[in-house]
Design a protein around this ligand. Structure first.
Ligand SMILES: NC(=O)c1ccc[n+]([C@@H]2O[C@H](COP(=O)([O-])OP(=O)(O)OC[C@H]3O[C@@H](n4cnc5c(N)ncnc54)[C@H](O)[C@@H]3O)[C@@H](O)[C@H]2O)c1
Length: 321
């Protein structure tokens, strides 16, 4: 049984990660670090027997762990990640893994030197409807992939629990960006996962409510050697919805929230892609792969590189826009 500590007990930790650990036979959360007493109290009330700490130093002195699961807001991922690696712990971290390419290089070399794994939470790959599409693509149902279209429609940005930063998704110093950094990260790793290639070119256009605010709408085109991914993301839609299309040489797979269509086949799934924001079932499906990487850190490179690719595509998009 691997013993872990959650760093940052907010919405995703409470509603997305914790339920999956509670049902896991391979990993147990023994500690929580949160800088606010309000959220440490929430952790003690939710997780019976868990020890809570205000800092990583206190955690290191007070608990024996194998890994940390970082669920702080984006700009606060790097510091605990480097600290954890220096202490010899493996790391699971929410998206966006990191906001800065220089910090990413630091993490890469420290992880290598420490022989530890850094695994990003790329949980959308584990949504049942996405997995089915991936299996169909792999089985050759639509032939070679030539195009991907992904649309994420939200009527607002997602609510948060951080008592100190109740609106961090709109604060560029904490979020690192708007809807592109928030939802675009998922769309980019999905496109990369399906094409199995690196994008050659990135094109982007962004909408910002005013010049110093983060973008609330983004269009991103990624040009891969075999085809193009067209991504549209918004926080100012009239409806909440996720759609995806995989266009192949011999047909297409279309996902509309809870429905997948491929040729004459229509498959209805239990829940829609846009239902909820924390996806405990996707996290639970991902967890065994994460723990396998902790056991064999040398197998982590591909998932780390996938996060590096997301960051560099988003950085290029911001530069361009
Ligand atoms: N993969 C997904 O589907 C998904 C869904 C939602 C959120 N997320 C990601 O999860 C992360 C957290 O998002 P959230 O919505 O849970 O935010 P949140 O504001 O609800 O929670 C953040 C928590 O971190 C704590 N915190 C802040 N700074 C800290 C520090 N330095 N040390 C310790 N604790 C600290 C806050 O007190 C709060 O409890 C973000 O990176 C977000 O992008 C991912």
């Amino acid at each position: 049984m691997l013993r872990g500590a959650i760093i940052g007990f907010g919405e995703v930790a409470r509603n997305g990660h914790w339920p999956a650990y509670a049902n896991s036979r391979e990993a147990k959360i023994v500690a929580v670090v949160d800088r606010t007493e309000e959220r440490r109290k929430a952790a003690r009330e939710s997780l019976s027997g868990v020890a809570t700490f205000a800092t990583i130093e206190e955690l290191a002195a007070g608990a024996e762990i194998d890994f940390v699961d970082i669920c702080t807001p984006p700009a606060l991922h790097g510091e605990p990640m480097l600290d954890a690696l220096a202490r010899g712990w493996n790391v699971l971290c929410e998206k966006p893994l990191l906001l800065d390419l220089v910090e990413l290089e630091k993490v890469r070399s420290l992880a290598r030197a420490a022989g530890r794994a850094v695994v990003p939470v790329h949980n959308w790959k584990y949504a049942p409807i996405v997995r089915r599409a991936t299996e169909m693509l792999g089985a050759g149902v639509i032939g070679a992939l030539r195009g991907v279209e992904i649309e994420t429609l939200r009527v607002r940005d997602c609510a948060v629990a951080d008592p100190d930063h109740p609106n961090w998704r709109r604060d560029p110093a904490i979020s690192g960006g708007g809807v592109l950094m928030d939802h675009g990260w998922h769309a980019i790793y999905l496109a990369h996962h399906w094409f199995g290639e690196e994008p050659l070119e990135v094109r982007a256009s962004l909408h910002r409510p005013s010049a110093n605010e983060v973008e609330d709408e983004a269009t991103l085109n990624l040009i891969f050697p075999s085809g193009q991914a067209k991504i549209f993301l918004t926080w100012r839609a009239e409806v909440r919805r996720n759609t995806m299309r995989l266009i192949g040489e011999r047909g297409e797979i279309a996902i509309n929230d809870d429905t997948l269509k491929a040729g004459a086949e229509t498959i209805q799934f239990e829940s829609a892609l846009s239902a909820g924001s924390h996806h405990a079932d996707w996290f639970a499906a991902m967890l065994p792969d994460v723990l396998a990487r902790f056991r064999s850190p040398e197998t982590t490179q591909a998932s780390f590189e996938e996060a590096a690719l997301c960051l560099s595509a988003i950085r290029r998009a911001y530069q361009m826009a």
